[in-house]
Design a protein around this ligand. Sequence first.
Ligand code: ABN
Length: 174
Amino acid sequence: MKFIDRFFEKSARSVAQRSSRRGLLKNLSAALVGGAAIPLLPVARASDNKSPPKLPQNDVGDPSSCDYWRYCAVDGFLCECCGGSYNTCPPGTEMSPITWIGTCRNPVDGRNYVISYNDCCGKTQCGTCLCQRDEGDRPLYRADKSNDVNWCLGASSSVYHCSTAIVVGVAFKE
Ligand code: ABN
């Protein structure tokens, strides 16, 4: 027992000699501030190689029309009209790795799907099929909840061209 006592006393003294209260407070506050900032960071999903959710075989609607179900929370030019498609970037552009996320109801099965609105970057703005639906959009001062953001700021070129709408998951809670 004495051996264990001595061992812990020695370890505690050694830690106390090597550290200060100010240092402990500094590290603790850095961890708290850093931890609080994590939920505010934009979502990086472009490199996520998880398999996409199973969608119904049949799809309804026209992906070059703003009314198409996947565009319920979009704000931008539809890549479908710009040489790409609703889920791919036009040739010569790069997909933003950070995105705005929305939840849209698929009229075929009535389920809600999580949609990632990745911007395509590296060419001047497409200029056709401007679509602003904004479901769930919040003012720009809540950057994590606003779709009015140029996500190309996270790509190698910050020049915005158009927006895609990629299904990344099924929404279980609304
Ligand atoms: N995410 C579309 C977009 C791009 C540039 C500026 C506003 C919105």
